[in-house]
Ligand binder design. Structure first.
Ligand code: IFM
Length: 444
C-alpha cells in the first residue's frame, strides 16, 4: 500500500465517472427528444463560445471502445448517467426502445469487461416538455421522475447493482432556477427553493420505486465543501452558517433526519421563499439510503456582505485549477469527517478531479502533472478522513475523459483521458497512467 492510500480498507473500490449530456452527443438520434440543456445551450451567451452537447465526445457511437478504455484503466466501477429524454421522450409515456437499448448494451459491455455499472438517473437533463410544464418548482415533476426510475429499473435492474437518484440537486435548483447560470436559466430564488423540495421528493419517490423492485444499493449524490468564516466577527460566522445551510444541511437534514433545519427555514422565509412541504413528504424523503455520494472540488472561506443573503468568498492565495477553484485537499478530509459525525451514512466519493489547461498531445503523451498532484493530494485526504473515522467505501474520479463542462463548454478539461474534439481521438494522460498504477498497487 502506498503512502497515498494508507488506511483505506482492503475492499476500497476505484472508478471513473461521466454523465450523459456531457459525453454522449447524438442529441437528436434514435428518438431522443430535447432536454433543458439542449435548449439552454442554444440561448445566446448561455454557454461559452456558443457550444453545446450535440456531439460532445460522440460516446453514443463510440461506446464499446470507450468501455474497453475504462477496462484498461483497471478500475472496479464506472459511474454514468442515463439521458431521460433518450429513454422516455418528452418525459411522459412509453419508453423509447432504441434509447434504452443503448444503455442495455453499455451495461453488457461493462459487465463483460469486469467493470461494475453504477447508474445515476438524473444528471441535469430534464426533458424540455417537463420544464415547459413547470420544471422542478412544480410538484408533478417529482412524480414523473419516480415513474422514469421505475421504467429504467425494469430494463436494467437485472444487471445494475448501484443506483443513484440525483446528481448534485444544489446545482439543479440553485444554478438552474436562482442564478440562472445552468439550464433552464430561470432567476427566481423562490422557485429554486421549491425545486429543492421537489428534487428531494423525487429522490424519495424514485427510491420507493427502486426499493419495491429490490434495489439494495441506493443513494443520492451531493456536491459539498467546507465553509469557514473569514473571521470571528459574528456576521462572518453567520455567513458561513448560511452557506452551509443552503449548500449542505438543506439536503442532508431532511434526507437523514427527516426535517429541514430550523435556521434554514428562517433564512429562506427572510428572502420571501418557502419549502412547499406537504404531509408525508419528509417520511418519503428520509427513507434510509445505503450510500451517500460525495462530490468534492474545493472549499471556501467566506465573509459577510451588506446583503445577508450573499456571502463573499475570500481567496486564500492558494493555487487554483483552470476553473479558478482553490485547491484545498484538507477541506475534503474535514468535510468527510464532519459528514460522518453529523449524518453517519456510508459514503463513496462519486466525483473528484480538476480542470487544468493541459498541454497538447506530444508523442502520444499528455503531461498533466498538476492533475496528478491534485488527485494524489485529494486521495490522500480521503485516506486521512478514513483514518479519522469516516466510512468511505470508494473513489470515482471525475472525469473519465474531457467533456462538455456545462456553461464553460469544451474549454475546461476535467478528463484523465484527453479528447481531441476534431478527431474524437482519446489519449490517456499522465494522470490516467498514474491512476491506473495507483489502482493496481492498492490491490497488492
Ligand atoms: O462536470 C461537472 C459535473 O457534471 C458535476 N460535478 C462537477 C463537475 C465539474 O464542474
Amino acid at each position: 500500500m502506498s503512502e497515498v492510500t494508507a488506511g483505506l480498507p482492503s475492499d476500497f473500490f476505484w472508478g471513473v465517472a461521466t454523465s450523459a449530456y456531457q459525453i454522449e452527443g447524438a442529441f437528436d438520434e434514435d428518438g431522443r427528444t430535447l432536454s433543458i440543456w439542449d435548449t439552454f445551450a442554444r440561448r445566446p451567451g448561455a454557454v461559452a463560445a456558443g457550444e453545446n452537447g450535440d456531439v460532445a465526445c460522440d460516446h453514443y457511437h463510440r461506446m464499446p471502445a470507450d468501455v474497453a478504455m475504462i477496462a484498461r484503466l483497471g478500475v472496479d466501477k464506472y459511474r454514468f448517467s442515463v439521458s431521460w429524454p433518450r429513454i422516455q421522450p418528452g418525459g411522459r409515456g412509453p419508453v423509447n426502445p432504441k434509447g434504452l437499448d443503448f444503455y442495455s448494451r453499455l451495461v453488457d459491455e461493462l459487465l463483460e469487461k469486469g467493470v461494475d455499472p453504477w447508474l445515476t438517473l438524473y444528471h441535469w437533463d430534464l426533458p424540455q416538455e417537463l420544464e415547459d410544464a413547470g420544471g422542478w418548482p412544480h410538484r408533478d415533476t417529482a412524480y414523473r421522475f419516480a415513474e422514469f426510475a421505475g421504467l429504467v429499473h425494469d430494463a436494467l435492474g437485472d444487471r445494475v447493482p448501484t443506483w443513484t437518484t440525483l446528481n448534485e440537486p444544489w446545482c439543479s435548483a440553485m444554478l438552474g432556477y436562482d442564478t440562472g447560470r445552468h439550464a433552464p436559466g430561470r432567476k427566481n430564488f423562490g422557485e429554486a427553493i421549491r425545486a429543492v423540495h421537489h428534487l428531494l421528493l423525487g429522490h424519495g419517490l424514485a427510491g420507493q420505486e427502486l426499493r419495491s423492485r429490490g434495489v439494495s444499493s441506493l443513494g443520492i449524490t451531493l456536491n459539498m465543501g467546507v465553509h469557514t468564516p473569514a473571521s470571528d466577527d459574528p456576521r462572518d460566522v453567520d455567513a458561513a452558517r448560511r452557506a452551509d445551510g443552503l449548500g449542505t444541511r438543506i439536503y442532508l437534514d431532511p434526507l437523514v433526519h427527516g426535517r429541514y433545519p430550523e435556521d434554514v427555514l428562517v433564512d429562506v422565509a427572510g428572502r420571501g421563499a418557502e419549502l412547499p412541504v406537504r404531509s408525508g413528504d419528509l417520511e418519503i424523503i428520509s427513507a434510509p439510503i445505503d450510500v451517500l455520494g460525495v462530490n468534492y472540488y474545493t472549499s471556501h472561506v467566506v465573509k459577510a456582505t451588506d446583503d445577508p443573503a450573499v456571502a463573499e468568498v475570500v481567496p486564500q492565495g492558494r493555487p487554483v485549477t483552470a476553473m479558478g477553484w482553490e485547491i484545498v485537499p484538507e477541506g475534503f478530509t474535514a468535510l468527510l469527517v464532519r459528514l460522518q459525525r453529523d449524518y453517519g451514512v456510508p459514503m463513496v466519493i462519486t466525483e473528484n478531479g480538476a480542470a487544468f489547461d493541459d498541454l497538447e498531445v506530444d508523442d502520444g503523451y499528455v503531461a498533466d502533472a498538476d492533475r496528478v498532484e491534485y488527485l494524489r493530494s485529494h486521495i490522500s485526504a480521503v485516506a486521512a478522513a478514513v483514518r479519522g473515522g469516516a466510512d468511505v467505501r470508494g473513489y470515482l474520479a471525475w472525469s473519465l475523459m474531457d467533456n462538455f463542462e456545462w456553461g464553460y463548454g469544451y474549454a475546461k478539461r476535467f478528463g484523465i483521458v484527453r479528447v481531441d474534439y476534431a478527431t474524437q481521438e482519446r489519449t490517456l494522460k499522465q494522470s490516467a497512467q498514474w491512476y491506473r498504477e495507483l489502482v493496481a498497487a492498492s490491490r497488492v
